[in-house]
Ligand binder design. Structure first.
Ligand code: SF4
Ligand code: SF4
Length: 387
């Protein structure tokens, strides 16, 4: 029966891939290659149920292809990722997802779209984006950070180099989450006050990929140096030392927004203390510091709102004590065992883990395919030009 359910899920994913990847550019080799990749990793996720491992492979590939596509586009259109006044005023810089936390207030106060918020259709498509974003919040919640975000892959990579952390964040993680919330609030306030996207202009280490406004001269040089230092510290050194996605949990305004929205998500991560032997593997492996160590020690497990539903803890727990559960089902409620074959099929079909993995992967397909196929097409064209 497991094979039948898995087959159904894979067939639905093939349809999604056809709709979101192939339908857009049926004659491009890049879209066919990327579709094949997506279907293979999704099938591995569903068949092996080691979804975190294949999620990591998918997001790592996307991280690289996204950077390639974005930087290549910037260089083609503006000659560099350092954007001067003319490029910014032209209003043609592609949309930057880090704008999301400030966008609604920005629109209310300035009645215009800030730099790097261009989406075909202007305000109307911002409304469309808000709708998609609400769907993300309700369905996968903070899963955006581990399943879709094109920047998390860097920190994830550096956090995996060491076997054990040199700096333990236990007990300190909660303060980092609080710091992140305050940081995001201040960034939003300053952006609305000065009507400039403060984070994107001056504070975002990933602007080194998405491009940034550079006035040139000494100030421009200082901003560039500051962003490079931020990137080295927050994305390379601290994840390497702590084995956590340090930038994500302490400094990302989008992550802070997701922490708030994740309360609306329909799935939560739960720990069954009857099965848990307090080995703490989940605490150390969680890249988002979402499992409170003291709560496990006191046998009252607490998974914080910073949980990005990455599934890492589910994969490492030796006692299978961690699982996803629908948040509208009261915790601890035991599932009535299905009597008939049909009821068992339905129960397996709506299993929260499968449903979550499917939904998160659909968003991944939707958001990643334009960039990934563009990068692959450019690589293929380059190779074709060389041959
Ligand atoms: S609690 Fe588990 S699922 Fe949530 S972010 Fe941490 S490792 Fe991932
Ligand atoms: S990994 Fe599993 S057994 Fe170990 S502390 Fe976490 S929930 Fe308990």
């Amino acid at each position: 029966m497991t094979l039948l359910i898995s087959g159904l899920y894979i067939a639905c994913m093939v349809l999604m891939v056809k709709l979101f990847v192939i339908a857009g550019s049926p004659s491009s080799i890049g879209s066919w290659l990327y579709s094949l990749f997506l279907v293979v990793i999704f099938s591995r996720m569903i068949l092996t149920r080691r979804f975190s491992k294949y999620r990591r492979i998918g997001t790592s590939v996307f991280t690289l292809l996204f950077a390639l596509s974005y930087i290549w586009t910037m260089v083609d259109n503006y000659g560099s990722i350092l954007l001067g006044e003319a490029a910014v005023l032209s209003g043609t810089i592609p949309f930057n997802p880090f704008l999301l936390p400030v966008l609604p207030l920005y629109l209310i106060f300035s009645r215009s779209l800030p730099f790097s918020a261009v989406i075909t259709g202007g305000v109307l498509s911002v409304t469309g984006l808000a709708l998609i974003w609400s769907m993300v919040a309700i369905t996968i919640g903070k899963g955006w950070c581990s399943w879709v975000c094109p920047f998390g892959g860097y920190e994830d990579f550096f956090s995996r180099i060491r076997k054990k952390p040199l700096i333990h964040l236990d007990g300190f993680a909660n303060r980092l989450h609080i710091f992140n919330t305050w940081f995001a609030a201040i960034v939003v306030l300053l952006s609305v006050l000065f009507l400039i996207p403060v984070y994107i202009y001056y504070l975002n280490p990933f602007s080194l990929i998405t491009g940034f406004y550079n006035t040139g001269g000494l100030i421009g040089l200082c901003i560039t140096a500051f962003l490079i230092i931020l990137y080295i510290c927050l994305v390379i050194i601290l994840p390497y030392l702590t084995k956590k996605r340090f930038q994500c949990i302490s400094y990302c305004p989008l992550g802070a927004l997701q922490n708030l929205e994740s309360r609306a998500a329909c799935v939560r991560t739960v720990i069954d203390m009857d099965a848990c032997d307090q080995c703490m593997k989940c605490v150390y492996e969680c890249r988002f510091s979402a499992i409170d160590k003291s709560s496990i020690q006191s046998r009252k497990p607490m998974v914080l709102s910073s949980c990005a539903h990455c599934g890492e803890c589910i994969e490492v727990c030796p006692n299978k004590a961690i699982r996803f559960e629908y948040s509208f089902v009261r915790s601890g409620t035991t599932k009535p065992s299905a009597q008939s074959r049909f009821a068992r099929v339905v129960q397996s079909l709506i299993d929260p883990e499968r449903v979550y993995v499917f939904s998160a992967f659909v968003f991944f397909v939707f958001f990643s395919s334009p960039f990934a196929t563009d990068a692959l097409n450019r690589i293929i064209a380059c190779i074709g030009g060389l041959v």
